[in-house]
Write a protein that binds this ligand. Structure first.
Ligand SMILES: [Cu+2]
Length: 406
């Protein structure tokens, strides 16, 4: 069966749009600061959604425990102070310098604490993408990283997000990419090696390359744009970062290192693609649509285009986490889901839709298991013995979490 037919079975990204419920504009309680570093200002339609989300979340808090004053505030990278940005980058390096906790027999290539996150993301990729688990799984994943940055490396703020809508005209204008070696994530990768030389570059002159997704009962080839870089990131704080897990999706079958768990030391590579960095889809208009009309418990529209804009290291679903900026990109997705939930916490907090595997395609180790729908009572595998129920990954102010996007 062709994968597109599976996608149809799975409902893909089109079905089950919830009706929009937009009340009269509430009084802003937690309004975001105006853009400090440029970009396209938040339009009124989005502001209404964000204000209602703030009102609902803050209104749900009691007088003790997590309160309006103590709730963690996740902010746009572009609105952070230089000191906070510097401290975030420092804390990422701190995790990169701590030994992995993952059992070496599971992933010999897991070297540092960041690899613990990449390992479980690879391991769960065919379950947590294009499935009902996408949003709750990644919400917990981000929260675990935030906790590690704070508790193991002394970072004092909270996880920032990269506000793609604000920079839809040119994503590289965000301060994520301002080039400052201490307070940004660096820049594009070096131009890729010429075609045909057998190096890390593409295997032909096309602008796309087909990569095989391992672990499914069918051969699923994902077309990936090659972009304008492809080589190592030569500037910024991660120019000397060594990656060892992955790559996973490859241009050829690789039975020896199927999931990239064996060590493959290499640099962090990026390949910005103007068709993704330059306003194609990550606009305010689409952010507004997502936050008001989000596919119920979305299986993940828009996720792909976010990692595609980084290219190279981050371009496939398995190990985009190797690029430290991944977490800021996914925080933006979590933010849009949060705002969608925040329009009606009662109805939407635990809304879920989607299959139990990537597009509902059976996994190769369980080929007889037919497509079935994810439920909030299903157990998720987060790594390091953490196996919460899906519903534990859904609220923003329960199960030990308490945060709001401002
Ligand atoms: Cu993911």
């Amino acid at each position: 069966m062709h994968w597109a037919e599976w996608a149809t079975i799975a409902g893909g990204c089109v079905a089950m749009v919830m009706p929009v419920v937009v009340a009269a504009p509430p009084q802003p309680q937690c309004s975001s600061t105006s853009p400090l570093g440029g970009g396209i200002p938040m339009p009124a339609e989005f502001q209404v959604l964000q204000d209602r989300y703030h009102e609902q979340i803050l209104g749900s808090l009691g007088a003790q425990g997590c309160t309006k004053d103590s709730i963690a505030k996740r902010r746009s990278w572009d609105d952070l102070e230089d000191e906070t940005r510097k401290d975030y980058i420092r804390a990422v390096h701190c995790l990169a310098n701590k030994p992995a906790l993952t059992d070496k027999s599971l992933a010999p290539g897991a070297v540092n604490r960041l690899d613990d996150f990449t390992y479980i993301h690879i391991n769960q990729t065919n379950i947590i993408h294009q499935s009902g688990y996408l949003l709750p799984w990644h919400r917990l994943f981000l929260w675990q990283l935030e906790e590690a940055l704070r508790n193991e490396c002394g970072y004092e703020d909270y996880l920032p997000y990269w506000d793609n809508a604000r920079f839809s005209a040119d994503q590289t204008k965000s301060r994520v990419w301002d080039g400052n070696p201490a307070t940004s994530f660096g820049g594009n990768g070096a131009p890729r090696t010429p075609p045909g030389n057998g190096g890390a570059g593409p295997n032909n002159n096309s602008t796309f390359q087909l990569l095989l997704i391992p672990g499914l009962v069918i051969d699923f080839w994902l077309p990936m744009p090659l972009g304008t870089g492809g080589g190592c990131v030569m500037t910024g704080p991660f120019a000397n970062l060594t990656l060892t897990l992955g790559p996973v999706a490859k241009p050829t079958r690789d039975p020896v290192n199927k999931y990239g768990y064996l060590p493959t030391p290499r640099c962090l590579a990026r390949s910005f693609d103007p068709s993704y960095t330059g306003g194609a889809s990550l606009t305010w208009e689409n952010a507004t649509t997502a936050s008001s009309n989000f596919v119920k418990g979305s299986s993940g529209c828009g996720t792909g285009s976010r990692t595609l804009l980084l290219g190279a290291t981050a371009r496939t679903p398995f190990s985009p986490t190797n690029d430290p900026v991944f977490y800021l990109l996914h925080a933006q997705i979590d933010r849009l889901w949060a705002i969608w939930q925040g329009q009606d916490l009662q109805e939407r907090t635990y809304a879920i839709a989607g299959n139990r595997t990537f597009f509902g395609i059976p996994l190769d180790y369980a080929p007889e298991v037919p497509p079935s729908l994810a439920t909030i009572e299903d157990t998720m595998e987060m790594g390091l013995e953490f196996r919460p129920l899906t519903k534990e990954g859904m609220p923003m102010t329960e199960f030990g979490r308490c945060y709001i996007y401002v």
